[in-house]
Design a protein around this ligand. Structure first.
Ligand code: FE2
Length: 284
């Protein structure tokens, strides 16, 4: 395997994408967001980000350390951005990729977390990590349970802190550390995304510029039977979710995970019914 992150375009055949992801653990997908969508989304984010301070408290000191004090975050994005909830969350590229990568291990997948991460000048490199380690109790080996991505909302350059990826690390022994020369910066034009498996080592890069922000959208999906990192049905409560398309509601966790046809059961019911149906009936 060459030390690189393969480059594809979002209309790529799903099988080609899957082969590249299985070999390298990460791919750069160009043209994920078209120029018009990118411009509209950035315009929607501008006033939201202007209200965010990078100096904020997180839920514990480990998360404080991970994010630092130079990052502006917008969480619960589907509740704040109609463009995200309709056009980005339901992007057909992710649907095809999740069907292929997560589909065999679940009856349905869901949004794990979506957050805007605007990494400012002086933001340090994140510790290298695997996103799936939030589910540390999941026995290994296991099939891929998470498909993650960082969508570049500005041009990603190495000095701006483009995501660093260790290609092939999804296949490494868990204890193996990446050497600096084994990392590749996911440099890419705005509107592209680096898409990676939950088992791939990566980190947000160091922003060494003096005055530029690295605006990005982190979005990841997970099998429907694992607890999500962001509590999406509280971040996007029923009164807001009711106004979103049904597919968005399902991806936000309002649909039950129904494994009855696989010989399993169902998860996430309310009053023994499917919340997405209750939402449609105005009963949530
Ligand atoms: Fe990460």
């Amino acid at each position: 395997m060459e030390l690189r992150v393969p480059r594809l375009i979002s209309s790529v055949a799903t099988e080609t994408l899957a082969e590249a992801l299985c070999e390298y653990g990460a791919v750069i997908v160009e043209e994920m967001l078209g120029a018009d969508l990118l411009a509209r989304f950035n315009a929607e984010l501008d006033p939201l980000l202007a209200k965010v301070s990078p100096d904020r408290a997180y839920l514990n000191p480990a998360i404080d350390y991970f994010y630092g004090k130079r990052v502006r975050q917008i969480t619960g994005v589907a509740a704040k951005s109609r463009i995200f909830a309709e056009e980005i969350l339901c992007n057909p590229f992710y649907a095809a990729a999740c069907d292929r990568i997560l589909g065999p291990s679940c009856s349905g997948y869901q949004l794990n977390v979506a957050q805007v991460m605007d990494r400012g000048p002086g933001a340090e490199q994140q510790p290298l990590h695997r996103d799936e380690d939030v589910w540390v109790h999941l026995p290994r080996p296991h099939p891929e349970v998470q498909l993650a991505s960082v969508i570049a909302l500005v041009d990603f350059r190495a000095e701006l802190g483009a995501t660093l990826v260790a290609p092939g690390s999804h296949l490494w022994e868990r204890e193996r550390k990446a050497r600096p020369e084994e990392l590749v910066a996911a440099e890419m034009p705005a509107g592209s995304a680096v898409v990676y498996l939950g088992s791939t080592l990566h980190a947000g890069g160091r922003n060494t510029t003096s005055d530029e922000w690295r605006r990005a959208m982190h979005m990841s999906f997970v099998v429907g039977w694992l607890r999500t990192e962001e509590n999406n049905t509280l971040s996007v409560p029923p009164d807001i979710a009711a106004g979103l398309p049904r597919r968005s509601q399902e991806l936000l966790g309002y649909a039950v995970h129904d494994a009855i046809s696989h010989g399993g059961g169902y998860l996430g019911a309310v009053d023994l019914l499917d919340p997405v149906e209750l939402l449609a009936a105005g009963k949530l």
